[in-house]
Design a protein around this ligand. Structure first.
Ligand SMILES: Nc1ncnc2c1ncn2[C@@H]1O[C@H](COP(=O)(O)OP(=O)(O)OP(=O)(O)O)[C@@H](O)[C@H]1O
Length: 239
């Protein structure tokens, strides 16, 4: 089943054309990496899938529904099936880990038990720690635990592992791949780490000069003769 489909999506900020006609597709159960250099428009594209930005032209279908045609109410229903991990905002600072999970449990009307979530994510030692006092890695783990409170069909992650040490990165990816396998959930993420793309992602969209220059499986990209996804990136993206 197609979960996300974008056709000829365009977006400009002033005179700067960031996306010049992007085509994209993600199917149920796929882990898809959106890659490209700084400023390529990766976050802008993800924000459209999150329904917080609208394209200037082109269409986006989520779960078979064209976003442009939905009422506010229908959009809200659709958002319930999506979880996102963004950079945490100011308000997280003043809350303890347990309080944050409790808060999102009620926002999402989740049946998940907060104590169970704390145990699953090895967060028990930090339950009374203020979010702001956690290391960058644990902040990301808490953000992911929050995202999973709603048991989403689609998970969108903007640079989830940036700045994390190898163990924390590994832990985060274990949660993501486990969710993907257990629930058949679709994951779309941005990253600058090409090793992670090769290890964990089924599919890659390379954004370059405002278009999706490549949209293919990691397997097929490597079959073209690249020794790694890292090499593929370096050969296809100019500085
Ligand atoms: N709201 C906005 N107003 C004006 N320009 C914007 C806005 N949002 C993004 N941009 C510009 O659009 C371009 C694409 O930004 P975006 O954050 O999508 O890129 P990115 O590929 O995610 O980059 P990075 O890898 O550095 O995070 C950048 O030049 C950015 O400055």
């Amino acid at each position: 089943m197609t979960v996300v489909e974008a056709q000829d999506v365009r977006k400009s900020f002033g005179s700067y054309d960031v996306l010049k006609g992007v085509d994209f597709q993600a199917n149920e159960g796929e882990i898809v990496a959106v890659i490209g250099k700084n400023g390529a428009g990766k976050s802008t594209f993800l924000e459209m899938l999150m329904t917080i930005q609208t394209p200037d032209a082109g269409g986006i279908h989520l779960f078979g529904k064209e976003l442009h045609c939905l009422s506010i109410n229908e959009k809200e229903q659709l958002r319930k099936q999506i979880s996102v991990v963004l950079q945490p905002t100011q308000f997280y600072k003043t809350m303890k880990v347990y309080e944050l999970l409790k808060l999102f449990q009620s926002y999402y009307d989740s049946t998940k038990d907060v104590n169970q979530v704390l145990a699953e994510f090895h967060l028990e030692p930090y339950r009374r720690t203020y979010f702001d006092k956690l290391s960058g890695g644990w902040k990301q783990i808490v953000s992911l635990a929050i995202a999973f409170m709603s048991q989403p069909r689609l998970l969108i992650l903007d640079e989830p592992t940036t700045g994390l040490d190898p163990h924390m990165r590994n832990m985060l990816w274990n949660y993501i791949t486990d969710y993907n396998k257990r629930m058949g959930g679709t994951v779309i993420l941005t990253t600058h780490n090409m090793d992670e793309v090769e290890l964990y992602c089924d599919k890659v969209m390379l954004l370059n000069n405002g278009i999706a220059e490549v949209l293919d499986t990691t397997e097929r990209i490597l079959e073209r003769g690249y020794r790694s996804i890292h090499e593929f990136y370096l050969q296809n993206v100019t500085v």
